[in-house]
Design a protein around this ligand. Structure first.
Ligand SMILES: [Zn+2]
Length: 405
């Protein structure tokens, strides 16, 4: 192959081809630096002497489906100008990588259309090399991404594996991008996020978050002053669902057989939103019967349904009045669970009411969560939490295949 062709097809400009060999279907191009391109890597001087040489086999773009290896013969250069003794530069490959830049580029292009395993088979390399090429590219892109325009974000946690191993995610609510991921779900998981956000020059306005203590602590410790916290409405409602569930269980334990029978199997009926039962008369009848039989559950059920109306009060002022009345009623029931949720709401009232200034939720994270489930189903590569997290940062793009390793 002529040097010109080598340049055209493989982008090799600074090397001369000295021989080509073949072994077991693999083509080897042996390359040595052109004399004119031999420079000291420290000072750039051309006044260099040659010391011993070493060879570096680099995986390169295939010819058809035949693998190609570029064998670089690199000399140690002794510089007459600055006196340093360093190996000459590789040019066609990044330092310490076992493949050429062109090969890395090819893998990234294929990654938009093929699974990691398919790419590995097609290029006849290990899937871990494919993964590592994609991973370095994602890392680079994540570092370069600008956060300057970030104004409203949502923070939430995900279970990576059931029961343990959590990941904290931050989403930009205006662009829909995942901005940040970290292992764990305590306040330290967010420290690096707020540090980078500050450096980015962003003017953060509001954060949607659940009512759990960890993220509130993170916001208190690291978030810029004056940022508005908005408690996610679905988490508030879910909290009330938890209350009704606990009360149902306690009633079931407390009551005699007949009372038990009346509320048995009512768990999901109680958690349904009432309008969802309108089209299911049979379930609705069962729920009505259950509520009739148990006064406490009936009251708490109505309060749960009532609570959801807080977010459709029209004005902040009406909403405030609405919620104060609701909390008073909840406290009036004299039940420890309704008392606890009323106190939580009153303590976090400012941030719950803030929804009327910033109607934001952690909802977009739920959508991402569904995509994550697709990602999780495939074990390959995702035992690597960093790779998993990096892919989440680009989950809004079609560029990387989400399903399949
Ligand atoms: Zn030098």
């Amino acid at each position: 192959m002529s040097t010109r062709l080598l340049y055209r097809t493989f982008g090799v400009r600074t090397f001369d081809l000295i021989k080509t060999t073949f072994d077991k279907g693999v083509t080897y191009f042996h390359l040595v630096k052109k004399a004119g391109h031999r420079r000291c890597v420290c000072c750039g001087s051309r006044a260099v002497g040659l010391d011993n040489a070493r060879t570096y086999p680099l995986r390169s773009v295939p010819i058809g489906n035949k693998p190609v290896i570029m064998v670089l013969i690199l000399y140690t250069l002794i510089c007459m100008n600055c006196g340093s003794r360093r190996q000459e530069s590789r040019d066609i490959a990044a330092p310490r990588k076992s493949y050429t830049r062109a090969f890395g580029q090819l893998v990234l292009e294929l990654a938009g259309k093929m699974t990691i395993l398919d790419i590995a088979r097609y290029l006849r390399i290990g899937w871990d090399l494919v993964k590592s090429i994609i991973k370095s590219s994602l890392r680079r892109r994540a570092r370069r991404r600008s956060w300057r325009k970030v104004k409203r974000i949502a923070i939430d946690e995900f279970a990576i594996r059931k029961g343990h191993n959590y990941m904290t995610l931050v989403v930009d609510l205006d662009s829909g991008r995942v901005l940040y991921w970290a292992e764990g779900k305590d306040h330290t998981a967010l420290r690096a996020f707020f540090q980078r956000l500050r450096r980015s020059g962003a003017k953060l306005e509001a954060i949607a978050v659940d009512m759990s203590g960890a993220y509130l602590k993170a916001v208190r410790l690291y978030a810029p002053k004056g940022v508005r916290l908005v408690h996610d409405r679905y988490h508030v409602v879910a909290e009330m669902n938890g209350v009704i569930d606990k009360i149902r269980r306690e009633e079931q334990n407390r009551l005699n057989d007949e009372g038990k029978k009346a509320i048995k199997g009512g768990r999901y009926l109680l958690l349904y939103a009432s309008e969802k039962l309108d089209e299911q008369p049979e379930k609705k009848a069962r729920l009505d019967k259950l509520l009739e039989a148990n006064e406490l559950l009936h009251k708490v059920y109505l309060m749960k349904e009532d609570l959801r109306l807080f977010w459709s009060q029209g004005t902040k002022k009406k909403a405030e009045k609405f919620m104060r009345r609701w909390c008073k009623e909840a406290l009036g029931l004299g039940n420890k669970h309704t008392t606890r949720i009323a106190n939580t709401i009153l303590r976090r009232f400012h941030a719950i009411l803030a929804w009327y200034d910033y109607p934001i939720t952690t909802g977009p994270l739920e959508g991402i969560n569904n995509k994550v489930k697709v990602l999780k189903r495939v074990a390959y590569g995702y035992r690597d939490n960093e790779f998993f997290g990096l892919r989440l940062l680009f989950i809004h793009e079609a560029r990387f295949r989400l399903a399949g390793a």
